[in-house]
Design a protein around this ligand. Structure first.
Ligand code: 6DK
Ligand code: ZN
Length: 368
């Protein structure tokens, strides 16, 4: 068993500046400078935990390389790339005013995308059994012609397109468990029946007007985009039921050659950007279910790419649990917060959560 692991110090150097929450700091409006929600801390501390517990010794380090123009243009328009190139000396914003970056950020974004490509290629080539790319900036909101939601380049969509082009992998399923809708990945493959995108997220958080269960892909891709918007407050019970009744059956019907996971950890109980309650123990079980599905469906070929997750204290335990599962660690490192978070009220499936799950469950049968 070997698990590929991508991390680069430069991921921590991507500078999102001083924002007052999600708005540019502005004393005239009472907006005090503060670090942007998407800062290095949570992700750097994931890496530090992976090193400090010794988990890193059980992983195969994979060095990322920058994604090329050719790879980026598999998903993005020349105009989008040109804008990022033009802003690379000065810094700028990826598109929505909430996705700032400093000088040289495109170089780091290329290394993040290249890291996800490396993680996927290593799995497809059989160099490793599975892989985890702990990258920054994130990617699942970036559209072909514009960045948004802290994302500059569509890391996963580009990696999926790259392994299809370079390795001839035909059918790829992307499972997005970030608490926000994976709108960018969905858009990239909207009309493509060979890429299944499944997104489980908190109902209408970001983008606030997408991720509805009625969004199912277009043209030949109809049925191959699946969305499960869950109500705020959903915990381990609701998420595991969503896995059992929607995500796993969808994967079994689709029969992918490779699974890519958009691993966001912002559905945790103390995240500043969402209102869910998935604990490290919950993430561990989700990771286990996805790994088992990969074993059954595609010789275990599964690559994880890190997305969101903003609490610097708790996110490391959530990601660490998933990486342990990938590496087949038998004696897991104990999540010290588990005793508190695992036993909070309404961790079990609630009726209104089940209603949301049923709506998506009905659509699974139509995946061919
Ligand atoms: N932005 C993510 O975790 C990113 O999915 C979440 C992005 C949430 C942005 C919320 C928001 C503004 C606000 C003001 C102006 C513009 C944009 F991509 C991931 F990192 F994974 O309201
Ligand atoms: Zn997110």
């Amino acid at each position: 068993m070997s698990t590929g692991y991508v991390y680069h110090e430069l991921y921590g150097w991507h500078d999102t500046g001083t924002h007052a929450g999600l708005l540019p700091a502005d004393p005239r409006r009472g907006l005090q400078p503060f670090r942007h929600f998407e800062n290095a801390e949570a992700k750097r501390r994931v890496h530090e935990l992976v090193v400090a517990t010794g988990l890193v010794d059980r992983l195969t380090r994979l060095a990322p390389r920058p994604a090329t123009d050719e790879e980026i243009l598999l998903v993005h328009t020349p105009g989008h790339l040109a804008r990022l190139v033009a802003a690379n000396d000065t810094g700028g914003d990826a598109g929505d005013g909430g996705s700032p970056f400093g000088p040289g950020a495109l170089d780091i974004a290329r290394l993040a995308t290249g890291g996800v490509i490396r993680a996927a290629e290593a799995v497809v080539d059989g160099e490793v059994d599975n892989s985890y790319a702990l990258v920054r900036p994130p990617g699942h909101h970036a559209l072909s012609d514009v960045g948004m939601g802290f994302c500059m380049l569509a890391n996963i969509a580009i990696a999926v397109s790259a392994v299809r082009a370079s390795r001839g992998v035909e059918r790829i399923a992307v499972v997005d468990i970030d608490v926000h809708h994976g709108n960018g990945t969905q858009a990239a493959f909207e009309d493509d029946p060979n890429v299944l995108t499944v997104s489980v997220h908190q109902d209408r958080v970001f983008p606030p007007d997408s991720g509805f269960v009625t969004e199912r892909g277009t043209g030949a891709g109809h049925g191959y985009a699946l969305n499960l918007p869950l109500p705020p407050g959903t915990g381990n019970g609701g998420y595991l039921e969503a896995m059992r009744r929607v995500v796993l059956p969808a994967l079994h019907r689709f029969r992918p050659d490779l699974i890519v996971v958009a691993a966001g950890f912002d559905a945790n109980p103390v995240d500043p950007l969402a209102r869910m309650m998935v604990t490290a123990g919950g993430y561990r079980q989700i990771g286990r279910m996805l790994l088992d599905a990969a074993a059954e469906l595609c010789d275990g070929r599964i690559a994880f790419a890190h997305e969101g997750g903003y609490d610097p204290v708790y996110v490391p335990f959530c990601a660490h649990a998933v990486i342990e599962v990938l590496a087949g660690v038998e004696q897991p490192f104990e999540d010290p917060f588990g005793v508190n978070f695992d036993n909070q009220g309404q961790q079990e499936l609630q009726p209104h959560q089940e209603t949301a799950i049923e709506a998506a469950e009905k659509l699974v049968a139509e995946i061919g």
